[in-house]
Write a protein that binds this ligand. Structure first.
Ligand SMILES: NC(=O)c1ccc[n+]([C@@H]2O[C@H](COP(=O)([O-])OP(=O)(O)OC[C@H]3O[C@@H](n4cnc5c(N)ncnc54)[C@H](OP(=O)(O)O)[C@@H]3O)[C@@H](O)[C@H]2O)c1
Length: 302
């Protein structure tokens, strides 16, 4: 399958098209997970997909200096997590401690969905050990290897072996943005034994690429939006008057509308917070819907 960048189409038409293309996955996200969606059900993978993937996931960042911070997210209802190779070992251990505590208080491992990211040549086992995980729900490469496609493919084989060894349920990719990387991904897919089920990518009200969304949608790879509120991306996501107006109409915060907009494109969210009020607000975005007109009114000019 070759990538067709279709550059000639007007961008606004592409934007609307993306909304239509991904629209079928919108409604199911009200349940809080993507488990019942035709989108995921239609995947023909040999990987074991988890029962339910939470729409809202929380990153384990350096701000988690104490174990109780992560317990607070779990206590507030957070079940989806994202662990980066560069998150501090301390934060990873704090996650492990919070998970152990949650499991000893009656929650089950399968109640959680945890993504782990590694760079080229990196062994995921130390991260899994520190995070108290027998397996990752999704194990992702952090973009193509800088050393070239051979190295990327070699890493992919290693990640596939981790799935075969029961150390991961499924595989994911991260930051395959732009025509060149998308072509690389297609070449990876040609010889991959296991296909990625998620693609972590920058996606928010200021960073939106309809061609990229359509590309991953065509390949049944679920977008997983990092920086949906623009923090790491340093994007001023929350200041638009249209956003404030829609937030006020729904009785929600601008942050909730910004998150809902991304989720309603059919993406998982990877945000970060250690504030339980914000965790609850973030999780509550599955309880309301934006109209088609509101989605369009917020859509950025690409
Ligand atoms: N794959 C990649 O290449 C890549 C690149 C960059 C980042 N990432 C991952 O993406 C993660 C998340 O990125 P991000 O931190 O930029 O996410 P973000 O969603 O853009 O921003 C998080 C910020 O939003 C605030 N927030 C969360 N919920 C809120 C709410 N309901 N109301 C108001 N403020 C709210 C938090 O502040 P409070 O703490 O005050 O709640 C936090 O500072 C990173 O930690 C990293 O793991 C991945």
């Amino acid at each position: 399958m070759m990538y067709d960048p279709t550059p000639a189409k007007p961008r606004c038409i592409m934007a609307l098209l993306a909304l239509v293309v991904v629209a079928p996955v919108l409604k199911a996200s009200r349940s809080g997970t993507f488990s019942a969606q035709p989108f995921l059900r239609s995947l023909t993978l040999t990987q074991q997909l988890p029962e339910g993937i939470p729409v809202v996931t929380f990153a384990i960042t350096k701000q988690f200096a104490a174990p109780h911070d992560i317990s607070a997210i779990i206590d507030a209802g957070g079940r989806g997590f994202s662990i980066m190779f560069h998150d501090s070992p301390e934060a990873q251990r704090n996650f492990g401690n919070a998970l152990t505590k949650a499991l000893s208080s009656g929650l089950r491992r399968e109640d959680f969905w945890v993504g782990v990211f590694v760079t080229c040549g990196m062994d995921p086992m130390p991260i899994l050990d520190r995070a108290g995980l027998e397996y990752a729900d999704v194990l992702s490469n952090h973009g193509p290897c800088k050393q070239g496609e051979e190295a990327t493919m070699a890493q992919w084989r290693e990640l596939e072996d981790q799935v075969m060894a029961g150390k991961a349920k499924a595989l994911g990719v991260s930051d395959y943005n732009g025509a060149l990387k998308m072509q690389q991904l297609d070449r990876l897919l040609e010889s991959a034994r296991l296909r990625p089920v998620v693609h972590q990518t920058l996606l928010n009200l200021r960073a939106f690429d309809s061609a990229e969304l359509a590309f991953f949608r065509e390949r049944n790879i679920l977008p997983w939006a990092w920086s949906p509120l623009g923090e790491t991306a340093n994007a001023d996501v929350l200041s638009s008057p249209a956003l404030s107006k829609i937030a006020s109409d729904h009785g929600k915060s601008s942050a909730q509308i910004a998150l809902r907009w991304v989720a309603q494109l059919g993406a998982l969210l990877c945000t970060s917070t250690s504030n339980p009020e914000h965790v609850r607000a973030d999780l509550a975005i599955t309880k309301f819907e934006l109209s088609e007109d509101e989605m369009k009114a917020l859509a950025p000019v690409e």
